[in-house]
Design a binder for this molecule. Sequence first.
Ligand code: ADP
Ligand code: MG
Length: 349
Amino acid sequence: MISLSGLTKVYPGGVRALDAVDLTIADGEFFALLGPSGCGKTTLLRTIAGLETATSGSVAVGGRDVTSLQPGARDLAMVFQDYALFPHMDVTDNIAYPLRIKKVAKGARAAKAREVGERLGLAQLMDRRPGQLSGGQQQRVALARVMATQAQAFLFDEPLSNLDARLRLEARTFLKKLQRELGVTTVFVTHDQAEALAMADRMAVMEAGRIRQIGTPAEVFQRPASTFVASFIGSTPMNLLDATVRGDSLEVSGCKVAVPSSAAGLLTDGEEIVYGVRPEYMAYSAEPADGALGGMVSIVENLGASHLVTLEVGDRVVQTVVPEGHEPAMGDDGYALPRADRALVYRDG
Ligand code: ADP
Ligand code: MG
């Protein structure tokens, strides 16, 4: 278990990269830390690892306060974005390196490297140097190196970001499976929301040194806590539209839509809010429907098994996902009926 309490990091020069972060990661959990570039993800990971000193607050690992301990005494293993492999060492020596630091005997080191290398599909590559490996293979060597250490927790800083799209998907599945098998507590930093949603048991969304939401991927996807989180999560961004409460419905860009179930009884007549609904949570129709957002179809994008349809609704645009075979043509009139049980109301817009 990893517990952070009031963790703050101010760099020399005054950048407040972490601002009183409280977070508890459960034993064996795959925890993703998601946020835009510069929000403090790497700083958080490095502060957990002990590579940065916290300005204030504390870090505990397995119930032990490690805030003032050196990195080597924290029993954590970190994988960096660029893998940080030694170019002049072969795969065996790269994997065994942390064991050499721990003064494990040579024979035992090589045996462990072989065992872990085999597990990660590297058996045929043990004599090669990093320069003779593909990006995906290098990534596996970096993984093997942390696995060989048998640390209490793994810390990953965007470990898949240097792989091309196809390999990234494969590595994602592979890494998730491996973590399940090993059951080692894992903190996985990424700026890719799809990666966080796909891999995590729970996740946190960060913005400007603060955690804005913690939850399961389903919770964060379906109930983003703010418009920031809402616009950051999802392969197509949530529609966020200015709306006014009119009796028991909402006026959105000249259309009348139902109040979201989650906001029933919580709104005041005349109040201005932001209405949020994901493109996936609207039913598309070519015919007008009560409670639908209607307008002209301005763009139709092919997503493969579905299409992303952009409607000009009043002076706003609304996007909706339409299953293959039901997509309109550009210039058609179209109507998108939001699901009241999935739409949301925000007051932070
Ligand atoms: P992320 O990993 O989410 O992209 P970082 O943790 O790298 O974010 O950076 C968070 C903030 O701290 C940024 O504003 C960055 O410029 C700043 N920062 C990072 N490292 C240092 C450093 N060594 N000295 C000063 N500022 C830093
Ligand atoms: Mg970073």
